[in-house]
Design a protein around this ligand. Sequence first.
Ligand code: PHE
Length: 358
Amino acid sequence: MSNDEMKKLQGDLIKAIEGAEGSAALEAVRVEALGKKGKLTEMMKTLGSLDPDARKAMGAALNEVKVAVTAALEAKGKILAAAAQTARLEKERIDITLPARGGESEGRIHPITQTYEEIVTIFAAMGFSVAKGPDIETDWNNFTALNIPPEHPARQMQDTFYMPAVGEMPTVLRTHTSPVQIRTMMGQKPPIRIIAPGRTYRCDSDMTHTPMFSQFEGLVIDEKTHMGHLKGCLLDFLRAFFGIDDLPLRFRPSYFPFTEPSAEIDIGCSRKGGELKLGNYGDWLEIGGCGMVNANVLRNCGLDPDQVQGFAFGTGIERLAMLKYGIPDLRTFFEADMRWLKHYGFVPLDIPNPAMGA
Ligand code: PHE
């Protein structure tokens, strides 16, 4: 066989290898070239009958073809294996965009999360930003800096879970979100306008109290902030949140160590026929506490009460959710009962909207 013929054979075989459309076709080409009765195998067999010089030349040429064909077979084998793998993955792919069947496995947004988002949405529109603090607080942030010194009777207002001390500093599970006021005033300069939503803890458990619950705090500090701003701000928020345009708000004088003067926040309601209805009906319902930030608290945070002043308020997130969405028992919020969540929860793809469900 001439060199040209040899090159042609090599070319033909490699073309056949490259054109093989599957592993079976590739195997057929391999057998045709290198199998027991394959073309190259047959030609190898003829080498014996050649004279030594011709045998040497022909042997080397045949070997070259064999090496090239073997390499091509191997390369094509890899390509086909990869293609087969891709095809299999494609076939076995799970389409996670399939809608859930029967609705059972469809998740729901918990009413606390929903209410949290609604509160943040409304306050964000009023120019507030969200501040956060840790659940485990120093005794100083939770009490002392808030004008509740050790042994002060106000500490008994909140049944505290005490935690192991960190060095000299006793720590607690925060009993309210008010320590975020301290963290914020220590960490940034006025003007300050924040809300601080989060979990709070008190050693308490009955129909209307759970050891863990959620609050949100509001804090505004500026040069001339006064109680009128506090009332207007709460009125705007509560009317937007409940979707009741004429919802009345009443400040009832009260006492908190960290505010002076202090007030309980009451909103209008009716209890006629044992049914609670919010609105301008002459009766009142307490929903939180508020006041002007006590000068001692400002001083504790390194602020000068002659330069700046402001207001703070705090209320329960579950409490607002119960009122807005008609959820009767606080404890059910934490029972993780899927039937409850299905009934009171929200569809995840609905964008939180302050007027939802109002
Ligand atoms: N921290 C108070 C409570 O948990 C609520 C409050 C906050 C009152 C801010 C006044 C000002 O009861």
